[in-house]
Design a protein around this ligand. Sequence first.
Ligand SMILES: C[S@@+](CC[C@H](N)C(=O)[O-])C[C@H]1O[C@@H](n2cnc3c(N)ncnc32)[C@H](O)[C@@H]1O
Length: 423
Amino acid sequence: MTDSRWFGRTLELRLGNPGHGGFCVARHEGRVVFVRHGLPGELVRATITEDRGGSFCRADAVEIIEASADRIPALCPVAGPGGAGCCDFSHATLSAQRAIKASVVAEQLRRLAGLDMSVDVDEIAGTGNGGGWRTRVRLAVDDRGRVGTHRFRSSDVITDLRCPQPVPGAMDGLDDQEWRPGSDVQVAIDSERTRHVVELEPARVSKTGKRSPGRRGAMARRAAAGGPRAERVVDGTGKPVQRVGDREWRVGATGFWQAHRGAADAYSQVISEWAQASRDAVVWDLYSGAGVFAAQLAEQVGASGTVAAVESSGAAVADGVRALGDLPQIDMRAQRVERAIPELPARPQVVVLDPPRAGAGREVIAAVAHHGPERIVHIGCDPASFARDVSLYQSEGYRVEQIRAFDAFPLTHHVECIGLFVR
Ligand SMILES: C[S@@+](CC[C@H](N)C(=O)[O-])C[C@H]1O[C@@H](n2cnc3c(N)ncnc32)[C@H](O)[C@@H]1O
C-alpha cells in the first residue's frame, strides 16, 4: 500500500532526469519524487513538501551531498527550500539551464507529439549572467500591506524584492510604498528606466474557491470572466517604450509585452524569416497582443495585402492601434480568437499563433487548418502545451518543418518554442 505520510520526511535521493516544471525526478521505495533545487546526477537530502498519497510526491533539496559540476552559488537569495516560486534554476550555470530545457522540450515533443528531435535552446540578446532581463514583473501584497512574490505553490507572500530577474531599477523603492492588502502589483520598465507601476484591486475568493475581484453585479461578473480590475497607478506618468527595429510601442504595466527585453525582437526575426508572405497576401496574427508580429507581416504583404490581428485585450489592441496607425493593411480586432476566426478574411496564406500558456487547443487549431494556410508559425511558452498543439497540427495534415527554442526566461524552468508547420 502507498504510504501517504511522507510529508516532512527527509530522504537521501539520487536525482535523475529533469522533468517539466523545474524538478528532477528521483525514486524512493517504488514512488516518484519530484525534487526542486537539485540538478541531474546529484545526491541530495530532500524534504517532502507535498504528499497526496498518490504515486508521486514533491520535495525540496535541503542538502547537497554530491554536487553537479554545473552547480553555482544561487543568484536568487530566496531560492531554496520553502523559497520563492520564480527561480527554479538560479543555482545552475546558464549552459546547464539550457541543456535542462532542451531535454524537457525533446521529452515533451516525443511523449505528446511522437517526434524524435533535439532542439537547441538559444540565448536571447540581453541576458547577461542570467539576471537583469525581465521588463515586466507581477507581485503580490500580503495581508499587512507588504509587497513581494508568492512562495512556491502557495498564496503566502515572501516580502523580499532582491529578485535577480528584473532589469535594474524595476523594483526600486517598491517596499517603501503603502499597498492595499491582498492587491496585486504589476511593473513595466523600459531601457531608459521609464517605469509604470499599477496596483490592481484585491481579488476575492468566492465560496467555490474562485478568485473574483471585490465588486458586485455586472462588474464582478465581467471581472470574474477575466475583465478589468480597478487599477491605481502608483508610479509612472508615461508608459514604457518598447522597440522592435525602428518601430516603437508604448505599453503600460497591465498591457502585454514579451517579458525578456530581447524577446520581441528575437521572435520577430524568426517570424519574418519563416512567414514568407507574398505581396498582397492575406495573413492572420492570432493572439496578437499589441501587434508586434502583425507589424512584421504588414511589411511582407505590403499596402495592398491584409493582416488580420486578433487579441482579446482591449488595452493591448489600443496600444497596437496607436503604434501601427501608419499601416492601414493591419486590421486589429479586440475579440476572442475562437469567435473571430469565422469572420476573418478568407484564404490566409500564413497564420501566426502566439497563445497564452495553455496553448491554442483543438478547436482553434482545427478552425485554422480548415482555412488551409500554406504555412503556420506557432509560438508557445510551455513545452507541454506546445507539444500538444504540435500533435494537433500533425493530425490536421501539417508537418513540422522546423522548431526552435529560446531561453526567454533564464533562471526559471520556462522556455519558448516556435514551430513552422507546412502542408
Ligand atoms: C503570449 S501573448 C502574445 C502577444 C503577442 N503575440 C506579442 O508577442 O506581443 C498572448 C496574448 O493572447 C491574448 N489572449 C489570451 N486569450 C485569448 C483569446 N482567447 N483570444 C484572443 N486573444 C487572447 C492575451 O491577452 C495576450 O495578449
